[in-house]
Design a protein around this ligand. Sequence first.
Ligand SMILES: [Zn+2]
Ligand SMILES: [Zn+2]
Ligand SMILES: [Zn+2]
Length: 408
Amino acid sequence: MEPVVLKGLTGFLVRRFVKNHLAVTDEKVRAGYGYLEGWISVWVNLVLSLLKIALGIWIGSYAVIADGFHSASDMLTSILVIFGFYVAKKPRDQEHPFGHANAELVAGLIMAVLLIVAGFELMLDSSLILWRQEFKTLDANWIVLAALGGTIVAKEWLFVLSKSMGLAINSTALAADAWHHRSDSLTTVAVILGLLGNQAGFAWFDPAVGVLVSLAVIWSGVEIAKKSISPLLGENVNTETVRRIVDLALCHEDVYNAHDIYVHKYGQQHFITLHVEILSSLSPIEMHDISAMVQGRIEEHFGGACTVHVDPVDFQDPRFQRIADLLKGLVQSHQELLEWHDLQFRDLEGGCRLHFEFSVDPKIKEADYPALSAKLYEELKGRTEGAEPHFSLEPGYTLPLRQERSTN
Ligand SMILES: [Zn+2]
Ligand SMILES: [Zn+2]
Ligand SMILES: [Zn+2]
């Protein structure tokens, strides 16, 4: 991933206060970013809330006072950011052997829910005022308007700061806080428009703008919740990652292919399991050493842990190549099939058996497997070098990618 270069004041603050700021996959460095954003937000929100409450009391505007209390509640959100990164930084222990990195996602999710709740509250308040027609004329002077304008500038600065820091370390918690800051500045815009509309004689203007702003707040909360929930449930990895794993596995000339690749991402670490097909004429010790080497290379590249399962295949047998071509053709002519693997001949007393597996498009229901199996068996019958075909079907959840060493 290309590192995000932080410019301007944000870049200065990060370079000044985050030790080793370019190592964005290190949980300690990520915590440094989180603390910096969190503490700046806490202090700015404290000043803003005191200012808004004072202004609101001065001119008797409930909207301005409510906005001030909203800023005070945002201090809690920012403290949550700090807490989330504090927990995420903790090393692994007896209770949590995978570490605590997902605390960051949990913090992001809680903040998204708080944002949605804040949006609904704002919508309820504004709708009630519209419904009851409780309009009143306010005395908004230019000092109040200028001061509120200043709070918008401060909040927009926090938005830019949090958003770019969130991009730099790819964090949903910081992105959530950024959009919270923006929703606050939109709220204040609505408050100012309301005051101006009120002065111009349109008393309903203030609550009407309030409803629109609340919808924007709810929408951003839902977006952030989705971003936090998906990695918590466990996401599939992209083709690029799978390709990288296959490339690393094929580093040794006696490895024929890699398949059944499962990647579980936890925080910045990857937990990977895969099968590698290794030339069956090698000794168990040699196979062990090759699989250990593949494992080591993958762990070195991705961090975390990798487990490799060995499937011995005799890809130098001429029969193997002929069957491989047959299966390749079958996969190409059937949309349901993604790839095949684990091709082995078993010479038994009663005759020769051919074992292999097909990966099936996950869109196909497993209830339809027996019918598909029967169809494939009919097509294979009599074409498998006199060996009896025994194959199974399995859903191919890792993105389809067939890559093996060519033996001709
Ligand atoms: Zn398999
Ligand atoms: Zn296998
Ligand atoms: Zn070992």
